[in-house]
Write a protein that binds this ligand. Structure first.
Ligand code: NAP
Length: 301
């Protein structure tokens, strides 16, 4: 039986992946900064460079999701430092442990985000498109550089630039849906910015493919084939939830006042291509936004 270790496995995506990989017959362990007396939960502290000595035992694949959340708190200078450092320290520490300890790890899958590309209008972006130099882009760039170092150890590295993961268990969807449910749904900013998204089931299948397919290497965009504008997204959400959408867009300056620089995460966007996944043989279960949302809310009813 294959055993995977998920760093940051206690979070939104980590929990989904743990359940999914278990359901596929894998043994799953997680690395968490919180000490818990549970089998298969190993503690670590990337900042202090400490890790349970048994964490790598029997592991053939590591999935790296660790990092301080980009939402929830205003992006002060200190918070931004924390967001970047938490990702680099965790990834650099995993690299160092893999370099210096005995292990059987042959695959390292790391998260990044489509924020790598920065803000764009409607041009399609693929894995070869250049990064931007705003905060999220810089954060993703540093994070990917840390993860890529692992390949110098002869370990296969796959980095996923994640779009917004759609699920009711966490992430951005419940936050987008709340005003819509309260009859106050409206586009954000210009409404023309693209949202690159992926249904949680497709995300899990994509991680499984990366864990098993030895031909997958380097960077892939974890997004669906049909990114939509913010306006279309909110409209489709309103239709799915059987709510009207009659309010004008919330202007960017209002969002900037409320959220500060973090507003850029919703007022700016990018239209990201998944062509490379399709060429690698990946088949999407939910390529279209309306079907994805219908499925997610049907599961919940
Ligand atoms: N959700 C999305 O739609 C999305 C989109 C693009 C990119 N991503 C990226 O994918 C990764 C996983 O996303 P998620 O939504 O599952 O995030 P999440 O729920 O915030 O989980 C991240 C995990 O990282 C660990 N963590 C938090 N602060 C940390 C710190 N200072 N140092 C080290 N570890 C820390 C936590 O685990 P412990 O407390 O147990 O250590 C936490 O469970 C994140 O890095 C996120 O930026 C997510």
């Amino acid at each position: 039986m294959k055993k995977i270790l998920i760093a940051g496995g206690s979070g939104f995506i980590g929990k989904m992946l743990s359940e999914y990989f278990l359901s596929k017959g894998f043994d799953v362990a997680i690395l968490s900064r919180e000490k818990r007396d549970e089998k298969n939960i190993f503690s670590w502290d990337p900042q202090k460079e400490e890790m349970d000595e048994n964490a790598f035992r029997g592991i053939s694949c590591i999935i790296n999701l660790s990092g301080a959340s980009i939402s929830g708190k205003r992006w002060t200078r200190k918070r931004k430092q924390e967001i970047v450092n938490s990702r680099m320290q965790s990834t650099d520490f995993l690299y160092e442990k893999l370099r210096t300890e005995k292990h059987e790890v042959d695959t390292f899958i790391s998260a990044s985000g489509v924020g790598y590309y920065g803000s764009h209008k409607d041009e399609w972006l693929d894995e070869t498109s250049l990064p931007s130099y705003d905060f999220l882009s810089t954060c993703c760039r540093y994070w990917e550089e840390s993860a890529s170092k692992v390949s110098s150890l002869g370990i296969r590295v796959v980095i996923f630039r994640l779009g917004i993961v759609l699920s009711l268990r966490g992430g951005a969807l419940p936050e987008f849906a709340l005003p819509v449910k309260l009859f106050a749904g409206s586009p954000l900013g210009s409404g023309k910015q693209f949202i690159s998204w992926i249904h949680h089931a497709d995300l899990c299948s994509l991680f499984l493919k990366a864990a098993e397919d030895k031909n997958m290497h380097e960077i892939y965009n974890a997004v669906s084939p049909e990114p939509v504008t913010n306006r279309v997204f909110v409209k489709t959400l309103a239709q799915t939830l059987k709510r009207p959408m009659f309010l004008p867009p919330v202007p960017s300056f209002v969002l900037n006042l409320i959220l500060g620089e973090m507003a850029s995460a919703v007022t700016q966007g990018q239209r990201v291509s998944c062509k490379k996944n399709i060429e690698a043989g990946f088949k999407y279960q939910f390529p279209q936004m309306n079907e994805a949302l219908k499925n997610i809310y049907a599961q919940n009813s």
